[in-house]
Design a protein around this ligand. Structure first.
Ligand SMILES: [Zn+2]
Length: 558
């Protein structure tokens, strides 16, 4: 991933920079030729062959000389690998590779390049600031300098939403909610407008004066500029915060965020006579789109964009037109449904979003089984529109559940699951199973070493949390039920509500290990009672058979 940054050198160092880039280009072409001639295809060989030469002959700072032969090496290697190679490759444009903190540095307003060149940052996508900078490429083209900074940005997998968190936006409020929650946030437009008014006052005060000394005017212009900036900053800060809040709210509850496409709203606002308020509302909508998409992407929250027609004028229950009844309250004459305008918008947005992604929700399994997200807006229609919108469809989830049941409580690895299902990577598998854990469908037990260390790289035991769920999943995934692993699952899940639970295994296996203070207690679940050899590191052990389980569990006060 690269971040593009427009930069412009201080006038005094422009010449210096262009000269450096010209020398770099010549040095690069020289290095490519030399590397190919001498077959110096390792870093150490290239270093020996070129380093002091690049410094002396081309007058490159030492770190940039290294960047230069490194780049030459990559170019030479890829040219040699190419079967139908033409002439030796040659760099024509002015561009230069830089290594972060060694040949370039970024601070709030400037990029500094080794050798004393300072470039002012003109435009910059600030969303990626928190990710570390890596190498960069400075390019000079059409009289402009652009710095491309490479960043390593891990993108979390999106979870499968349990339900929808609808978001309704107007100039005064942002309201988010669904059938269970509703939050209302006042926008910062009013606050920002105060600064715009200050601007107006200043302009009025100074527009007709006879006294317009140049210095005075410059001062005023500066103040006006600051007020404009202050208004924009207030708005942007608020939107960043609110986007983060809403995203986290969705993530904690495993909701997808749904909102209207704001482009249409912005277009409509543009038609209005232009004033400060309209300008600020347009700005806030644009920023909101930008930051809430970005937050969702960053935190793996699915986002659904819907068409904005009729979200606050149509009955969410029966679809008839609503009549206004009192302040902000709407009523349906056909079915009698009555609610606040915002609530209606939320319900309609939620409903539209569900019908858009219905095909890929996990609800056919998850909500039925856990009953965590009953939705007021009726069952999700099984529309096949955009069934892959959220990435992970129901089919793979089915395969994972079947795998878990068939593993019969033996420890499994993400890799093995991905090998035996159609899921390509262990990471995706892990994301799936973690989704299931967050939905309380499964419990994951880690390996606990005798030293009481949790070993993440060891296999995991995955249990279905509830006997009813277990049977439902068996049916749904066409897997065969296995009584003993079901018993073990019941005990493990029950214990994990109160204690930290793990498992242990070397030659023998201990089904469940509870970590209590620094001691470990082992629990084995067997069909019939047979004695078993207690591993020495366990403080205490229990052997449970089917008949013991109810009493044992009842004796734990959860
Ligand atoms: Zn109605």
């Amino acid at each position: 991933m690269t971040v593009k940054m427009k930069v412009s050198p201080e006038p005094s160092s422009q010449e210096k920079l262009i000269s450096l880039m010209q020398r770099y280009r010549d040095a690069l072409n020289y290095s490519i030729r030399k590397i190919i001639e001498n077959k110096a295809l390792s870093l150490s060989k290239a270093h020996k062959l070129l380093y002091s030469n690049l410094k002396d002959r081309f007058d490159l700072p030492s770190r940039i000389a290294q960047d230069c032969y490194r780049e030459a090496l990559t170019i030479a290697k890829s040219w040699l690998r190419n079967q139908n190679k033409g002439e030796t490759p040659k760099a024509k444009n002015l561009r230069i590779w830089l290594t972060y903190n060694q040949s370039y540095r970024v601070n709030e307003e400037y990029v500094e390049i080794l050798g004393g060149v300072k470039l002012k940052i003109v435009g910059w996508d600030r969303r990626y600031d928190s990710y570390p900078n890596r190498e960069a490429r400075l390019v000079f083209r059409d009289d402009k300098f652009i710095l491309y900074i490479y960043k390593c940005i891990p993108k979390p997998a999106k979870y499968i939403p349990k339900s929808i968190l609808a978001m309704d936006v107007n100039e005064k409020h942002i309201v988010v909610g669904n059938s269970k929650i509703e939050y209302r946030f006042e926008t910062a437009v009013e606050k920002a407008i105060r600064y715009k008014r200050l601007v107006e006052n200043l302009q009025k005060k100074y527009s007709s004066t006879r006294y317009n000394g140049w210095i005075r005017r410059k001062n005023i212009r500066k103040r006006i500029k600051n007020f404009h900036k202050k208004a924009r900053d207030i708005l942007e800060d608020w939107i960043k915060k609110i986007s983060y809040k809403i995203t986290m709210l969705a993530k904690q509850n495993q909701y997808a965020v749904a909102r209207e496409d704001l482009t249409g709203l912005i277009e409509n606002l543009r038609k209005l006579p232009k004033n400060h308020k309209v300008g600020l509302i347009i700005l806030s909508y644009r920023k909101l789109e930008f930051w809430s998409n970005w937050q969702a992407e960053k935190h793996g929250v699915p986002i659904v964009i819907i068409e904005p027609n009729g979200t606050s004028s149509i009955c969410p229950k029966c679809g008839s037109k609503l009549k206004e009844k009192g302040h902000r309250v709407m009523k349906c004459l056909k079915c009698g449904f009555e609610a606040d305008r915002d609530t209606i918008a939320l319900l309609n947005i939620g409903k539209k979003a569900l019908s858009k992604i219905g095909g890929s929700l996990t609800t056919p399994t998850a909500s039925q089984m856990t009953d965590v997200a009953p939705n007021r807006c009726e069952e999700p229609p099984r529309s096949s529109e955009n069934p892959r919108l959220l990435g992970r469809g129901g089919g793979q989830m089915k395969e994972i559940l079947a795998y878990i049941i068939n593993s019969q409580a033996t420890p499994v690895s993400w890799l093995n699951i991905s090998k035996e299902t159609s899921i390509a990577s262990p990471h995706t598998t892990q994301a799936y199973v973690e989704d299931l854990k967050n939905l309380f469908v499964v419990e994951i037990l880690n390996f606990l070493s005798p030293e009481s260390k949790i070993i993440q790289r060891k296999n995991k035991k995955i249990h279905i949390t509830d006997p009813f769920l277990y049977e439902t999943i068996c049916e749904f995934a066409k897997a065969e039920a296995h009584e003993l692993s079901l018993l073990e699952a019941v005990v493990a899940t029950h214990l994990s509500r109160k204690y930290e639970t793990f498992y242990w295994k070397n030659k023998h296996e201990v089904d469940i290990v509870v970590r209590l203070n620094k001691k470990q207690i082992g629990i084995e679940v067997k069909k019939i009672g047979r004695s078993w050899e207690k591993p020495r590191h366990l403080e205490k052990t229990f052997l449970l058979t089917k008949d013991d389980i109810p009493l044992f569990l009842a004796s734990i006060n959860v």
